[in-house]
Ligand binder design. Structure first.
Ligand SMILES: [Zn+2]
Length: 427
């Protein structure tokens, strides 16, 4: 039966302003799709279709969060070793931790912890790196399915410049991916595989080629890292001498927009790499906390917006330290303000802009996700901000205060594709 939810409804259909429905109504059909939003109930019930009304009273109802770049197997390293740059940090912390995921029981304990934290903070869709291990990655996908949360999950491809335990030959990488594709490859599934070369320095040309072929053969999306750190970029230039830019290296292997592609960081992206991203509609996953923690730099988000590049936000744990995506909105605004200090021609991000980036813009990678317009999948959070003295503020300021000051304790209900998502089990 159609569900109609009553609450204060806020979302960003457009980049520069919120749609606000004080004591509004939103109708959701059996398939979890939004039928409409209105200020009056009659506007949604005119055709006589039976419905069930759920009244959330004085609470806020907003689109759920999307984490567009995150390493699930780094959950144990969250908030650890925040005093290193990218390359030594990978060698000393990231790779040793990922090696532990050969043990499926360790993987289950950590992946359940990871999903539980995402659930707490209202992240209902994610673009996720697993590890090189097929069985652990399969388990992560099953856990997302079990939880009812949406995700594109990648079995990581890597076969050079990494410990032996994390290196997999090309044939095994293809075979492992194909097993996951056979099991999870349905195009409209909530949990799907994504082709995931770790980054150029971790993959031989043969492996990059195989990844590109997999993506194109099965019509699967691609994720990786791009232009995060200056020493990394110099290393890629050395490894891929024929490429005109780091992005061009992916492009030459069919991993840069030939199928829907998302690239994390893009801190140093400009010139021909930026043009190529625009041409190929490659999405940027902006990860402000990670860029701070690893001293990578300030990604030029205003430039990306001006150029019309698709963009979303990522927590990137454990380069990033925080799985709370609302906090990521705040950090992204702060990064843009530091850039504005350096160049007043680059206006800093406003709240509606960053909310739009985190919801509707990011959500477009999953289809119609991140807005409450008709036909969008109902991914939503119900916020009880009683502890934040709501009576003294406008609805927009209530939302802003929740984003800046709130945490998981104010998130009372979570919906993904129309279904309420219960608290996932830990072990
Ligand atoms: Zn990353």
């Amino acid at each position: 039966m159609t569900k109609i939810y009553k609450a204060h409804i806020l979302f960003t259909k457009e980049q520069r302003r919120f749609e606000v429905f004080e004591n509004g109504y939103i109708a959701v059909d059996d398939n979890g799709l939004v039928l409409g939003v209105a200020s009056r109930l009659e506007a949604l019930t005119g055709d006589g279709t039976p419905y069930e009304l759920v009244d959330f009273g004085n609470r806020l109802l907003i689109p759920a969060m999307n984490d567009m770049h995150v390493h699930a197997p780094q959950v144990h390293n969250q908030g650890v070793a925040m005093d290193l740059e990218l390359l030594p940090w990978l060698q000393n912390y990231t790779f040793p931790e990922e090696s532990k995921y050969a043990d499926i029981r360790y993987a289950e304990r950590m992946y359940r912890r990871f999903l539980h934290t995402q659930w707490l903070f209202g992240t209902m869709r994610s673009v996720v790196f697993g590890t090189v291990h097929t069985e652990s990655t399969r388990l992560l996908m099953q856990l997302y399915q079990e939880a009812g949360m949406g995700a594109m999950v990648g079995k990581v491809a890597m076969n050079r410049n990494c410990p032996e335990a994390l290196s997999e030959d090309v044939e095994a990488a293809v075979e492992g991916n194909e097993r996951l594709i056979a099991e999870f490859g349905q195009p409209d599934a909530l949990v799907r595989p994504i082709i995931t070369p770790r980054f150029v320095p971790s993959c031989t040309p043969e492996l990059l080629n195989a990844c590109g072929e997999l993506a194109n053969r099965y019509g699967l999306p691609v994720q990786s890292h791009l232009s995060e750190n200056t020493s990394e970029i110099a290393w890629v230039a050395e490894l891929e001498k024929e490429s005109t830019s780091y992005g061009d290296a992916y492009n030459r292997y069919g991993l840069f927009g030939q199928t829907p592609t998302i690239m994390a960081h893009c801190v140093w992206t400009n010139g021909s790499e930026l043009e190529l991203m625009k041409r190929n509609r490659v999405m940027v996953a902006h990860c402000p906390t990670s860029n701070f923690n690893l001293s990578s730099g300030l990604a030029p988000v205003r430039t990306f917006l001006d150029e019309g590049l698709p963009i979303g936000l990522g927590s990137d744990i454990s380069g990033g330290h925080d799985l709370n995506m609302f906090r990521m909105l705040v950090y992204a605004i702060q990064v843009s303000k530091m850039q504005y200090q350096q160049d007043h021609a680059k206006a800093f991000l406003t709240l509606p802009e960053i909310f739009w980036i985190a919801t509707k813009s990011a959500g477009s990678f999953f289809g119609k996700v991140g807005s409450f317009e008709p036909g969008y999948e109902f991914d939503a959070l119900v916020i009880d901000d009683t502890v934040l003295h709501p009576d003294e503020y406008s609805l927009l300021h209530r939302l802003e205060r929740f984003i800046y000051l709130g945490d998981d304790r104010q998130i009372e209900h979570r919906f993904c594709r129309g279904k309420e998502v219960a608290e996932p089990k830990m072990m």
